[in-house]
Design a protein around this ligand. Structure first.
Ligand code: ZN
Length: 324
């Protein structure tokens, strides 16, 4: 048996197993629609398997699946806004350790994102004593996407900020690289442009470096556009809040911090999908742009960016407070 044939058999087996699980979950749904709450754990388990989503949609229809997703989100949302604890901000410096992220002419994404993240945490702790800051990493260490989200979920963070730097593909003509710069803040959703899909694919591709990624991410293929269709199902209660937070951040970047804001966008970022609270992924600028790379490596611009995010968090927290 050749390698390809073997691979195919393995794939078929995975698909068959997945189909069985989807049918089982669908049966539970059909049989006990009224006893929905009791079966919640089983449902979540079914949904947790990404391969099953397409099958589930086929079997039970999209309406019910959205209902489940909404129920799922509202449970998470209730957990996330408990009044008995400090407002918790989870800061996630992108990449790290043996995953450098993207490169500029002289700097690496993992280093720039760590510096700005630590600065942001310091400003938050000093200026808002009623806020708790947790980090997914504070040093140059390797950490998987799922583990990052777990830190936020385990700490019942109120918001999750994943900090990254952008770049255009290496094959992009030099002139275009120098023409494109600025910040983008992403929320989870189905991409509306090819560019957004490409940014998500690049950021998600880090899971390929993780051990047993196929098993861990249950069939999610970071380089296959088909995998991204599942993000169209994101009807999360956190979606609106995430957009609000992202808008405040981009507004600060563009109007207060002297950055060029390229706006709020949405795409399928694995790390945002795994979090159970309002979550954004901030691309602080393009390392593929010579001028912007230099700026992002100065302490002054790092301070501007961190302060801008801090002010947005403060504004967001006040808005949430005024609603409660
Ligand atoms: Zn990144």
């Amino acid at each position: 048996m050749g390698f390809c044939a073997w691979e195919e058999t393995k794939l078929q087996k995975t698909k068959a197993k997945s189909e069985m699980e989807a049918i089982r979950t669908a049966e539970v749904l059909k049989d006990s629609f009224l006893a929905f709450g009791e079966k919640f754990t089983i449902l979540l388990k079914g949904i947790a398997n990404r391969l099953n989503i397409v099958l589930l949609v086929r079997i039970i229809g999209i309406g019910l699946l959205i209902a489940i997703t909404l129920l799922n989100s509202s449970v998470h949302a209730q957990n996330g806004t408990s009044t008995s604890k400090k407002f918790t901000v989870c800061i996630d410096p992108g990449h790290g350790g043996n995953q450098p992220g993207t490169f500029g002419a002289f700097s690496k994404e993992k280093d720039v994102t760590l510096k700005i993240s630590l600065l942001l945490g310091k400003i938050l702790e000093e200026s808002m004593p009623d806020v708790k800051v947790v980090y997914t990493r504070k040093t140059d260490m390797t950490i998987g996407l799922r583990e990052r989200a777990k830190v936020a979920n385990d700490n019942h963070a109120d918001i999750f900020l994943s900090i990254h730097a952008n770049s255009l593909p290496e094959t992009t003509p030099y002139a275009r690289k120098q023409a494109i710069f600025g910040t983008e803040t992403y929320v989870l959703g189905l991409h509306k442009t090819q560019e957004s899909l490409e940014v998500a694919m690049r950021e998600n591709s880090v899971i390929l470096l993780e051990e047993n990624y196929e098993e861990k991410y249950q069939g999610f293929e970071p380089n296959s556009p088909e995998s991204y269709i599942l993000f169209s199902l994101n009807q999360s209660a956190n979606h609106e809040a995430s957009i609000q937070l992202a808008s405040l951040i981009e507004d600060q970047f563009g109007n207060r911090a002297g950055r060029k804001s390229r706006g709020v966008k949405q795409a399928g970022f694995q790390v945002l999908w795994e979090t159970a609270m309002p979550a954004v992924l901030i691309e602080i600028g393009y390392l593929s742009n010579v001028k912007e790379e230099k700026e992002l490596n100065t302490s002054q611009v790092q301070e501007y960016i961190a302060s801008a995010i801090y002010r947005a968090v403060k504004e967001y927290k006040n808005k949430v407070k005024s609603l409660n």
